[in-house]
Design a protein around this ligand. Structure first.
Ligand code: CR6
Length: 830
């Protein structure tokens, strides 16, 4: 650090960051002219974005540095949020709003010849995630900073985020998302590099005290380089850190010999192999495929993060026993479970702690959030694969398992089968490591993400663990969303209207304050403005649809939206089959009947995993139906079917505020929580949904009369499936009519849809589409009816928004902090 005598000079020149419009313009132009080497003759919108982003970045960095310093000196417990996905979206708009300088920027950019909206939309989304799980991590970062928690996120810096989706001739085409061309929001820390070891072998040796120690040797080394991203809180100076690791060939490993002797390609090959580790995000949502590179990613990221966390702890000079009092590590799903094993390895093999003491430190430190009960998404790694890649870690897993099983056997001697059921090692061919069990055993708390889901994990996948540990180890933290991005940023006019009624923007940091909106249900001006805002948001979406698909939709029609990853359990197939039913019904109506019908626009969006054939077929069916319906003069504006390509966070900011109704229609018991359901309701849209995930709690909060629920309950699903497999299956007659239309070739070559139709008709209808079809269609009729009474509809929307306070991610983070992490906020000194 700088010597005492020079600190005054230093302080005099210390950077302050802009606050006024003039200063903002100074900074922006300076960055455009110097950092970017452009002039006023060649400054386009992208350059304006870059200049403005750099000006804001400077401001963030100042607070970020102070926050990090404060957190270091405070010597108190910190949270580390380990997530393989952070679906951040765009940063500039968020930074402007969080530091409270968007109006300054708007005026400044106008002076310089730009519209702020055009500038903001130049930014490339940071799309380091698949769907809900990654977006949840992003909302949590926003809340942790806003609530002043000393917290870091740890993830991977993928060179390619989730692919871009193009729809070509009605089919999904995947385009690589190379997003790092210009990213002003990250800071490479080339000085923070960690050596990560793979492969090799384990040697046992006696140390000086005669104790046997394990030494992991050989194999290969890859470097992890830190890239830091500042995370500004809203209305606070706290700016936390998100550290993303990037892989690089280790200097020691790079083969200079080869390079010198002219084998350039060979030497560069090693480098490329190392860089492959953090090259791509696996594009699967709720599905695991046991690929070696994925396991490599997981260990690479866990080992680098733990090295970093341990190094920081050691600087405090606290004894190891204090580790759980200083460090809370949250596992976002099982992807970072190897961190548990790595921690035990560090404590026992490197720091020389005794096994039992080390393990109690590990358990005191870690907690694990489960995000699914679906078997195909539960992570398992083959023992031979792990033996090869991480030989020492596999030994540790076996030792953890053996001690755990001894305890189980002693405690439950009568239940012989229990040992097989709860073993971390599944006795299959090949043997598999069950990561969810390992995560549960190595953590002090396990939580689900909505009440129903948390109940389900206790009665299904973790039933035996509830018996073993007692129910207190398991808890619920219902998911939430940040109202900053999902209301204030996505729907600025609605946020402003709400603020004008509630006397300011306090609701953005205490969302329960929204309940005062119920006092304005008789305020005609307020309601009129509310309605105008919804209409303007629909106009904006209609324009986007026109620009991207060429189809004109009427903003006065009922906008019915389902945007999320395409998955059979989320049942987009139920939606499109319902749309076909509607189309056939319209076609069979006489003109008088048609007049009574409310016009609809059915909007779909979402990516299918590249290898998920059935999901891709669903996309193709939606597009094919759109092709027919949208060109049917007979139908006109009564029905339009739209596929919005490349659904992502920044598109969601346009789509979410424009819904009248949105669809959250998973087979009951399959959607752990869902978070888009919360976003839509918070933006004044109603929802149609099953009794699943957070829909149930949304109903509890907003009232049954403000939501359109339908379908079978989670508790009946198993029986229904069982009945199907024993031949007790009835194809709903209306659904049959829909299938007949598809088979007749009305929507193009029927052969393309046969697998989709047959999964329902012939192969057991696992997701209960037919069982729920009638109830779904009938409920949509209720939606049509309700929409006719615009006055009553509006009242439902406003009432629902007023009651959504519970679903703020701030509430979630407070629950995690108090029940699971046991950490205190550290607010900046004023
Ligand atoms: N796919 C759940 O399916 C939940 C999020 C975040 C999911 C979804 O219902 O809202 O997590 N699960 O908790 C997984 O990713 C495993 C998801 O996003």
């Amino acid at each position: 650090s700088i010597p005492e005598g020079q600190r005054e000079a230093w302080k005099k020149h210390s950077v302050r960051g802009f606050t006024t419009k003039d200063q903002f313009e100074d900074e922006t132009v300076r960055h455009i002219e110097t950092t970017l080497a452009r002039s006023l003759f060649n400054c386009d919108e992208l350059a304006a974005y870059s200049g403005a982003a750099l000006a804001f970045r400077d401001r963030l960095v100042i607070e970020w540095n102070k926050t990090q310093q404060r957190q270091t000196f405070a010597d108190q417990k910190r949270v580390y949020y380990l997530s393989l996905e952070f679906l951040m979206g765009r940063a500039l708009d968020n930074a402007m709003l969080n530091v409270g300088l968007k109006d300054v920027a708007r005026a400044g950019l106008k002076d310089l010849g730009f519209r702020i909206e055009d500038v903001i939309s130049q930014e490339h989304d940071a799309a380091l995630g698949n769907g809900g799980l990654g977006r949840l991590a992003a909302c949590f970062l926003d809340s942790m900073a806003t609530l002043n928690y000393p917290a870091w996120g740890y993830g991977l810096r993928y060179r390619y985020g989730i692919f871009k989706q193009e729809i070509v001739d009605g089919y999904q085409v995947e385009i690589p998302d190379y997003w790092l061309d210009f990213n002003p929001w990250e800071f490479p820390r080339h000085d923070i590099t960690v050596d990560i070891q793979f492969y090799g072998y384990v040697r046992k040796e006696k140390d000086d005290d005669g104790k046997t120690v394990a030494i992991w040797e050989g194999g290969e080394i890859v470097d992890a380089v830190a890239y830091d991203v500042p995370i500004p809180g809203y209305g606070t100076a706290t700016t936390n850190n998100l550290r993303l690791w990037s892989s690089k060939a280790s200097k020691g490993e790079f083969d200079f010999q080869k390079f010198n002797s002219g084998e350039y390609e060979g030497s560069v090959g090693d480098q490329q192999r190392a860089e492959t580790i953090s090259a791509v995000l696996y594009p699967n949502d709720n599905l695991e495929r046991g690929k070696e590179l994925r396991l490599k990613q997981q260990y690479f990221w866990c080992a680098a993060s733990l090295f970093d966390i341990v190094r920081r702890f050691k600087k405090t000079k606290n004894p190891w026993s204090k580790f759980p009092d200083m460090v809370a590590i949250q596992l976002n799903d099982t992807h970072p479970t190897l961190a548990i094993v790595e921690m035990q390895r560090i404590l026992v093999d490197i720091e020389g702690l005794d096994w039992v003491e080390a393990w109690s430190i590990v358990q005191g430190t870690f907690s694990y959030a489960n995000h699914t009960v679906m078997p195909e998404a539960l992570e398992k790694w083959s023992v031979p694969l792990m033996q090869n890649l991480l030989p020492r870690h596999l030994q540790i897993i076996y030792e953890v398992n053996s001690q755990f099983l001894q305890y189980v056997e002693k405690t439950f001697p009568k239940d012989r089968d229990m040992l097989r059921r709860v073993s971390i090692i599944e006795e299959s061919q090949p043997k598999m490591v069950r990561m969810a069990y390992l995560a549960t055993i190595g953590s002090h708390k396990v939580n689900g993400v909505a009440e129903l889901h948390s109940d389900l994990i206790k009665t299904t996948i973790f039933k035996d663990f509830v018996t073993i540990y007692g129910p207190d180890k398991f808890t619920n933290v219902t998911n939430g969303i940040t109202p900053r991005r999902w209301l204030h940023q996505a729907n600025p006019r609605l946020s402003e209207l709400i603020a004008s009624k509630l006397g300011g923007y306090d609701f953005l940091t205490d969302l329960t304050k929204l309940n005062k909106l119920e006092h304005f249900l008789d305020d005609a001006d307020f309601k009129k403005e509310w309605q105008e805002i919804k209409y303007a948001n629909k106009v904006r979406l209609a324009q986007h649809i026109k620009d991207t698909t060429g189809v004109s939709v009427d903003p006065k029609a009922l906008f019915d939206i389902q945007v999320k990853r395409i998955h059979e359990y989320k049942r987009q197939q139920l939606n499109i089959l319902g749309v076909i039913h509607r189309y056939l019904t319209i076609k069979a109506m006489n003109p008088e009947e048609r007049k009574k019908l409310a016009p609809r626009v059915s909007i779909f969006g979402g990516k299918a995993a590249p290898g998920y054939w059935m999901a891709k077929t669903v996309i193709h069916l939606v597009c094919s139906v759109g092709e027919v319906v949208n060109n049917d003069k007979d139908v006109g504006d009564l029905l339009k079917v739209i596929y919005i390509e490349d659904y992502n966070v920044s598109k969601a900011e346009i789509i979410t505020p424009a819904s009248d109704i949105s669809e959250h229609i998973s087979t009951a018991g399959t959607e752990a929580s869902g978070t888009s359901n919360m976003k839509f309701v918070l933006n004044g849209g109603l929802i149609i949904g099953t009794c699943d995930g957070a829909n149930i709690e949304i109903t509890r909060e907003i009232g049954e009369s403000n939501i359109f629920l339908f379908g079978n309950l989670a508790e009946d699903v198993e029986d229904l499936r069982h009945a199907h497999t024993y031949g007790d299956f009835h194809l709903d007659p209306d659904l049959n009519r829909v299938f007949e239309a598809i088979k007749s070739g009305r929507f193009g070559d029927a052969g393309r849809f046969s697998a989709l139709c047959n999964s329902i008709i012939e192969h057991g209808d696992y997701y209960l589409v037919s069982d729920d079809f009638n109830s779904y269609v009938k409920t949509h009729e209720l939606v049509d009816e309700a929409y006719k009474d615009q006055e009553a509809w509006l009242e439902k929307c406003i009432t629902s928004v007023a009651r959504m306070g519970f679903f703020s991610s701030d509430r979630c983070i407070q629950e995690y902090a108090e029940m699971i992490w046991n950490v205190e906020p550290l607010p900046p000194k004023e």
